[in-house]
Ligand binder design. Sequence first.
Ligand code: HEC
Length: 401
Amino acid sequence: MNLTTAIRCAGILLIALSAACGADLDSSPTYHRDVSRVMQKHCIVCHREGGVAPFSLETKDDVEANAPMIEEVLRRGTMPPWFAAPMKNAKESPWANERVLTRQEKTILKQWARAGFPEGDPADAPQPVTFPKGWQIDPDDIFTAPAVDVQATGIMDYVYLTVETGVTEDRWVDAIQILPGAPQVVHHVLAFIIPPDGDSSDVNGVDYWGVYAPGSNPQIYPDGYARRLPAGSRLLLSMHYTPNGEAAVDQTRIGVRFADQPPDCEVLTASILDTSFEIPPGAENYKVTASVRLPRDIEILGYLPHSHLRGKAARYEVISRSGRRKILLDVPQYDFNWQLLYLYKKPLRVRRGSVLRYTAWYDNSENNPANPDPTVPVRWGEQTFDEMHLGYVEFVVPRRR
Ligand code: HEC
């Protein structure tokens, strides 16, 4: 070994050693070097000035003041909002938009609290991050919903809005962005197509077309994928507002990018649903199941399990023609507040003849703090005090090769 290689090797060894020191947290973590990075990566997309969360986690004081509550939500797994159980036997997570802290990131937060919240050196702080405010796609057309007065306090039931699109011929849309006017109070939006000769009752909450949740990216489809926007259609928006102490006016807009040519694959949403259930008063763990047998091969892009205030858990499974059952998505703790789309990194091909099964569990007992009335039977309906059993599946029908 000549001298230059020796020096180079020593250099590499040094880098390796310092990386190892960072990893096993021998020295206590500091706010500027460690904690701020965890917050940046996982929390402040919502927990910031003007964000949808009720308080900011942008400064050391913010994080320190909320430390016990942060420890609690991390222990219970309720924050950051992501409710899919880890996949058993999977080498890596199949989800593209997962929000999960690593064990090391959780350790950083715990040790920092235990060490008395050391601030550290501001020179170690990461570059501040910025979050896009306006359009992240370059929209060819923008549809504007009517303005809504959002009350200052209390709970608001879903608000349904009809939006004109003015499209006079069938269009293919390869990117959709739903942009709330007052994002600090918009907890989710689902957009449905109202057919040209129909009205909003033809929609009935089935088969969404667009979706918005705080901190989520616009729907941008890969090459060759697009959604159809039929001539003369209007959109029905289902708006979930969460009053935050200050009255606001929200005017949500929907931006779309048109594809130059018809796609190879039409992106569709279907739902596996049961509309005939009745959850008895007081039932703690009422199970409702529905299935569909696939008439052709499909590629699944993602899932969005939908229940209301009694929703407790949800699960998607596939049963192959030979009878093998596999869990696709397991949500052991459903949170009505979060209408999350669980998106695959790589679409999942499912064969014709397989059965997709969607099961949801409901808690209509007084132990469910969100339950508006444990003494009544609950059936299908649009408002949050009614229930839904809706397992959305976003998919394409691949072209025959
Ligand atoms: C996608 C947006 C979003 C992200 C990301 C997020 N939060 Fe939240 N957080 C909220 C909202 C909104 C609430 C209000 C309660 C609710 O709606 O569930 C909340 C509530 C909380 C609460 C109060 C307890 C409660 O359940 O109400 C704590 C503590 C909290 N978040 C901590 C965190 C931490 C720590 C992170 C990052 C590790 C994080 N959150 C990431 C949106 C978010």
